[in-house]
Design a protein around this ligand. Structure first.
Ligand code: NAD
Length: 482
């Protein structure tokens, strides 16, 4: 691809540069070529965006909910029309493979339509507290919402996660990830055409500058964050230095995929591979990056896993036949390589991968072969630290109590997958696993309306269901004296 993108931010309905004039280079992780530039937003840009959002909010809140829904559906419609272009940009910008990335625009559209459809559920209650009066509650928006999103599914997170706050009557300022911001800028261009000025604002830039300024802005009382635990904690601290704020956090995971001996070897290996989300290099919060295999089938599963993982096609993410692309950025690539080194230092056995694929094509870019470690044990860093890369840790287990102990022995609790023909056992264990989202005989899929989110350090709050819509409102109680 030869075009060089030159994109702008969306503030108050206008596409603008940063007040500083500074820009961020956007790099294609497959070949390290420059693909474009976006503004490097500063605190002053964030302030302008928040002022614009605050100025637009009273009118937006006063717009009939059916009209807000119609505007969101128009936005979804344009995203759908521009799916091919957006997907291509996303692949070049993230390195995620094209076949699976087509689903991202579709998922964003489906979620926007879902929230547009349930707007009328933003009901209050009547409360029979006394006989003489009428007591009722209404749901009110917070005002301006700050939304900070990660690099792995930039468009999907930016577009899908604006729907609930907007339906609830808030306006929004979105801060995309600095590594993959171009699709969010295109989203900004679409919003400029479809939505009233100031309702959606998009400020590109670094986390420690633009992100931090958004979190600390006194007019932003509700923050929705998707990203790492370390940043989630930094956001809680920074927010608390400014005001009392409501924060939801969708953070990382070190999720288990547990296969029971009644699961055939092929099914177990399919589960392990699907759960890793190699199509985006394992860079998914929900990836099941710890595979727990019973000792009775450990040898057979690991032998087949090696064959199947080595058969995955690593290559140009724009090529329909690629199963895996490059790691998203130079910095993240180094992080993944150091996790591989940690696995070796801590005594795990490298079954396959861990290095750059052979061939001239892979000389540039952030490439690593899909990687599997076996004989991974509690205490090793690759057992309990999120890598957010194509690195699977295989753990042997022998009895259920030991298994549950190991499964729960991390700071995280996002997803888990259980594979067994014994549904009663699966249900019993599901109740003991610390996770917010569990698949039984399935993995990776999200289902519209089903709340997604983590426990422990994987986060606070639930998204993708009606809870997300409600979470962007506060109840106000009224009593009518009769
Ligand atoms: P990150 O935490 O480094 O960055 C996420 C966003 O936060 C970016 O936009 C970044 O610019 C911004 N940011 C960084 N420092 C900030 C600060 N001090 N103040 C405000 N904003 C700041 O995460 P990442 O590397 O982009 O994404 C990977 C992480 O995201 C992984 O841990 C992954 O598990 C998690 N994630 C979670 C979910 C989920 O739904 N639970 C989904 C996707 C990714």
């Amino acid at each position: 691809m030869s075009e060089l993108f030159s994109k702008q931010m969306l503030i108050g309905g206008r596409l603008v540069e940063s007040v500083t004039g500074q820009t961020l280079d956007v790099i294609n992780p497959a070949n390290e070529q420059l693909v474009g530039r976006v503004p490097s937003g500063a605190a002053d840009d964030v302030d302008r965006a928040v002022q614009a959002a605050a100025g637009a909010q009273p009118d937006w809140m006063a717009t009939d909910i059916t009209e807000r829904a119609a505007l969101l559906r128009s936005l979804a419609h344009v995203l759908e029309e521009r799916q091919a272009e957006l997907t291509r940009v996303e692949v070049i910008d993230t390195g995620n493979t094209i076949t699976k990335m087509r689903g991202d625009v579709a998922k964003a559209v489906a979620q926007i339509e879902y929230f547009a459809g349930i707007g009328l559920e933003l009901k209050g209650e009547t409360v029979p507290s006394t006989a003489r009066h009428l007591h009722l509650t209404i749901r009110e928006p917070f005002g301006v919402v700050g939304r900070i999103v990660p690099f792995n599914h930039p468009l999907m997170f930016a577009a899908a996660r604006m729907a609930a706050p907007l339906m609830a009557g808030n306006t929004i300022v979105i801060k995309p990830a600095e590594q993959s911001p171009i699709s969010s800028c295109i989203l900004g261009e679409i919003c400029a055409d479809v939505l009233p000025p100031g309702v959606v604002n998009i400020v590109t830039g670094h986390g420690e500058t633009a992100g931090d300024a958004l979190v600390r802005h006194p007019a932003v009382k509700r923050i929705g964050f998707t990203g790492s635990v370390a940043t989630g904690l930094a956001i809680q601290r920074a927010a608390a230095e400014t005001a009392v704020k409501t924060i939801t956090l969708e953070l990382g995971g070190k999720n288990p995929c547990i296969v029971f001996p009644d699961t055939g070897v092929d099914v177990a290996v399919d589960a392990a591979i699907s759960g890793m989300n190699f199509a985006w290099q394992g860079q998914s919060c929900g990836s099941t990056s710890r595979l727990f295999v019973h000792e009775s089938q450990y040898a057979a599963v690991t032998a087949e896993l090696k064959k199947r993982v080595e058969a995955l096609r690593v290559g140009d993410p724009l090529d329909e036949s690629s199963d895996m692309g490059p790691i998203n950025s130079a910095a993240h690539y180094e992080k993944v390589l150091s996790a591989v080194a940690a696995g070796q230092e801590d005594g795990a056995t490298l079954l396959t991968g861990g290095d750059r694929p052979a061939g001239e094509y892979f000389h540039r870019g952030y490439w690593i072969r899909p990687t599997v470690f076996v004989d991974v044990k509690p205490g090793m860093r690759i057992f309990h630290e999120e890598i957010f890369g194509p690195v699977l840790s295989v753990v042997k287990w022998s009895d259920e109590e030991e298994l549950i102990g190991m499964v729960n022995a991390t700071e995280y609790g996002l997803t888990a997958a259980l594979w067994t023909k014994d549904v009663a056992r699966a249900l019993r264990l599901s109740r003991r696993i610390r996770a917010g989202y569990i698949w039984i005989n399935g993995v990776s899929s999200h289902y519209l309306g089903l709340p997604f989110g983590g426990v422990d350090n994987s986060g606070i709050g639930r998204e993708e269901g009606i809870e997300e819509l409600f979470s962007y409102t506060q109840a106000k109680a009224l009593t009518i004296h009769t």
